[in-house]
Write a protein that binds this ligand. Structure first.
Ligand SMILES: [Zn+2]
Length: 212
């Protein structure tokens, strides 16, 4: 039996600390690839036909009873509409707790920002960043005129969260993904998807979109 390999509609290499956005049509598949390993992808999405309807971290957790998601799970909007379904995942559970990094986060790391373990090398090979996913996604979403305050909290692909139920504390565990790790999501509606190659991790991503 021969296997047909579909040509990618989009095949984009995103250098570390850059972002981009695409409309993925219902039934199409978006693939996020960790090129070198140890990357993080901050992912947000919107209903392409109604940009006010956007991804909800909270509904995605509550509607599935999970604080992290993997293959078989879905990304939901505030109105509980399925936006994307994870159909393939070589990594494991991806984080849904954390907000995105930003210029503010990096400016406040040593003062009043909690949750970073002291062992975490912020910025990866590129060192401490001056801006974060918040600024990267604002730029990526500029063609759709989405206001910064309308960018939802993200789905953190290739990021793992460590929970301490005793202290009610949580912390990011970095460096779990390997080169070539990927996550595939099928669009359940026409979805505007925006991706940031997280400045916190400082590693590139590759994004592909396929017909199915
Ligand atoms: Zn980030």
């Amino acid at each position: 039996m021969s296997t047909t390999v579909a040509a990618a509609l989009v095949d984009a290499l995103l250098p570390a600390r850059t972002g981009e956005a695409w409309v993925v049509k219902r039934g199409q598949r978006i693939r996020i690839i960790d090129v070198e390993g140890q990357a993080i992808c901050d992912f947000v999405c919107f209903n392409a036909d109604n940009l006010r309807e956007r991804f909800s971290q909270a509904r995605t957790k509550a509607d599935q009873g999970r604080f992290a998601i993997t293959a078989g799970n879905r990304l939901y909007s505030r109105d509980n509409n399925a936006m994307l379904t994870i159909v393939e995942d070589s990594y494991g559970d991806h984080d849904l707790q954390w907000g995105m990094c930003s210029a503010w986060v990096f400016g406040n790391l040593r003062r009043n920002y909690h949750g970073m373990k002291s062992s975490v090398a912020v910025g990866g090979p590129l060192g401490l960043p001056e801006f974060g996913c918040y600024e990267v996604l604002q730029e990526a979403l500029r063609p759709w005129a989405i206001a910064p305050e309308d960018i939802p909290d993200p789905f953190n692909i290739f990021q793992t969260m460590e929970l301490d139920p005793e202290r009610k504390a949580l912390a990011i565990v970095t460096g779990r993904s390997r080169p070539g790790d990927h996550l595939d999501m099928r669009a359940e509606m026409d979805v505007l998807c925006a991706v940031s190659a997280c400045p916190f991790a400082g590693r590139p991503l590759r994004v592909q979109v396929f017909e199915a």
